[in-house]
Write a protein that binds this ligand. Sequence first.
Ligand SMILES: CC(C)(COP(=O)(O)OP(=O)(O)OC[C@H]1O[C@@H](n2cnc3c(N)ncnc32)[C@H](O)[C@@H]1OP(=O)(O)O)[C@@H](O)C(=O)NCCC(=O)NCCS
Length: 219
Amino acid sequence: MADVSIRKYRNSDYDVVHSMFVEGMMEHLPASYSYLLKLPQLHLTVSLLLLVIFLATGSYLLTLATLALLLAGGWYEMKFEFCQYVSQSQKGDLLDIQTTYMMRSNSCFWVAESEGKVVGMVAAQPSEESEDEMVLRRLSVGRNHRMKGIAKVLCVKVIDFAGQCGYKSVMLHTSMVQYAAHKLYQRLGFERTAVEIVPSLFGRFSKFSIFTYRYRIKS
Ligand SMILES: CC(C)(COP(=O)(O)OP(=O)(O)OC[C@H]1O[C@@H](n2cnc3c(N)ncnc32)[C@H](O)[C@@H]1OP(=O)(O)O)[C@@H](O)C(=O)NCCC(=O)NCCS
């Protein structure tokens, strides 16, 4: 961690921050797909469908082709969900980080810099649901710079900022397959306070969940 410093976002960071966000999100696609493939309800539905096709056509080839089509369809559906989330985020707060985070007194966006390069990022914003709470958002660390404590320092930055602004807690959302993030938040003393199924057809079928973590600031 010796050569890493944390500083506020500048407009010249725009491209690297966007790519880091996209890469940090899209890397969870294989884990999400693998979660989907292990679901018993999916095994049952697919097995029944394949059985019906085999009994109706008597063709192994058609049955196997259907299986291949379903596997590819599952991958593209998952990818579509991820791309939609990424695109919504890029059209939302990430489109204009200066206005969303840097021009408001209780919000901020920081980057971690090492040897002149941006290697990590995080943002803080007041919660829309509770006036006592700050939200930690957009945490990501470049793949080649992980496991060096950079995310920990970025999270501590948000916790300190929230404390200085008078907030009582920091909350964040993360998906069930972001395993490294879960470890990180638990190590930092965040508690898991809610689990919510993604409110889409896919979410309800797969029980794909979003976890809420909270850190209570000691007064
Ligand atoms: C999650 C993420 C930010 C962690 O960044 P990082 O800089 O590697 O994390 P740190 O080095 O600060 O690790 C902090 C703690 O979490 C643990 N941890 C981090 N990644 C881990 C992993 N892949 N497996 C197990 N533990 C892990 C570390 O062991 C460390 O605990 P320690 O104090 O016992 O050593 C990074 O993996 C990432 O950017 N992922 C993609 C984007 C993402 O998922 N962001 C989270 C949004 S909610």
